[in-house]
Design a protein around this ligand. Structure first.
Ligand code: SF4
Length: 381
């Protein structure tokens, strides 16, 4: 495996950029599905290196961003119980629910701890048997295997004070729902490297066939992303869209079978609410009956509430690639990384946060003048 520096070197990236410019024969609209891709594209200034005519859209691949407010409210309801400790990934803590965030709950006296893995939450449960430790289980196929392994470990240890709220999601169903939206008009998908390492590159084949859609699995270094974009442009040019795996050092056709088995052992598919995308059939991961004793919703009798999204927040349209962050009236004024209104401004992988970090408080018009390659909802396709 080459070190990261090599995948950033000009010797590799410059020829790819030249080849992309040579190959582009018509305007194309490409969605990068993964929030890590979005951040990497901004961080390395890739937009400014691409020829005019390539429109990059950000998709629904930030796990914190697509978690609806009602799930955040469920985590908050658990945090309000005096015997409960919430052990959560750090980027979830500032995501607003209908009225407050876990950070706000902590400021009000709730016990909220940041952990780096679900196994850390399990260790906390072992160390504090007098408390109930609840892990908010958000994320995609990338985090689901470690959460499943943690449930199996809790089962083996006979722990009775470890719970999760199962809010995990699966990507293929969300992509299917997005591509079925005729307004989106996407020519190609830059498929997520991390998720693909688990589910395998062939998972995208039905999507490519059904929607005549070019798909390229890509890693996260500049050379990976550029190679993925070049693959997509060539597929589109040849009129033969399919699936190309440009991240073979991490992704195989069939994916990580052991990880898939772990997920299937502990979870079963369920309908799931996605912020901005609504309810997508079969796109969620709920605990199987056998492991239902770890279900925090059931064990703590947490009521299921309707989602109330933050007033004025346009995250839903941004997650569908239909709006740019600067088009949101709250962007850079009422909503900043220090005072986020919606989840897309909280997470490192959030599109609004990426825009703000690398473009600042520019208005929509100013932004488009300086970044002509990024689509807006009003841009002709
Ligand atoms: Fe939501 Fe803030 Fe993004 Fe607007 S700028 S869509 S309020 S996160």
């Amino acid at each position: 495996m080459k070190c990261a520096d090599e995948f950033r070197s000009r010797a590799i990236t410059a020829p790819l950029i030249e080849e992309i410019a040579r190959s582009l024969v018509r305007p194309v609209r490409i969605m990068e599905v993964c929030g890590t891709h979005t951040m990497s594209i901004f961080r390395h200034g890739i937009r400014s290196l691409l020829p005019e005519g390539i429109t990059l859209l950000s998709g629904p691949g930030c796990p914190v961003c697509v978690t609806p407010a009602r799930h955040i409210d469920a985590f908050l309801s658990a945090a309000d119980r005096p015997q409960v400790t919430i052990a959560t990934f750090g980027d979830l803590i500032r995501v607003p629910g209908a009225e407050r965030s876990l950070a706000g709950a902590r400021a009000g006296g709730a016990r909220v701890e940041i952990v780096y893995s679900p196994m850390d939450a399990l260790t906390l449960a072992q160390q504090e048997p007098e408390r109930t430790v609840l892990f908010p289980a958000i994320g995609f196929e990338t985090t689901a295997p470690t959460i499943a392994a943690t449930i199996l470990a809790a089962e083996r240890l006979g722990l009775t004070n470890f719970l999760i709220i199962a809010a995990g999601k699966t990507m293929p169903q969300a992509l299917e729902a997005l591509m079925a939206d005729s307004e989106l008009q996407v020519d190609g998908l830059l498929c997520p490297g991390h998720v693909s390492a688990i589910i395998g590159s062939e998972t995208y084949r039905p999507l490519a066939d059904r929607y005549h859609l070019a798909c390229a699995v890509a890693g996260f270094e500049p050379a990976d992303i550029l190679a993925g974009l070049l693959s997509l442009i060539r597929q589109i040019n040849h009129g033969q869209p399919g699936v190309e795996n440009c991240y073979t050092r991490a992704v195989t056709r069939e994916g990580n079978v052991r990880a898939q088995q772990l997920i299937n052992e502990v979870f079963e598919p369920a309908d799931s609410d996605w912020r901005g995308l609504g309810t997508i059939p079969g796109s969620g991961l709920m605990l199987r009956e056998k492991y239902r004793r770890f279900d925090g919703m059931e064990q703590l009798d947490i009521p299921i509430q309707a989602s109330r999204e933050p007033k004025g927040c346009r995250c839903g349209e941004i997650l569908k690639g239909k709006l740019l962050p600067p088009d949101c009236p709250l962007y850079g004024t009422a909503c900043t990384p220090l005072q986020p209104v919606g989840p897309c401004m909280v997470s490192n992988e959030g599109t609004c946060a990426a825009y703000f970090r690398y473009s600042g408080r520019k208005t929509s018009t100013a932004h488009q003048n300086t970044k002509p390659f990024f689509a807006s909802s009003t841009e002709p396709s």
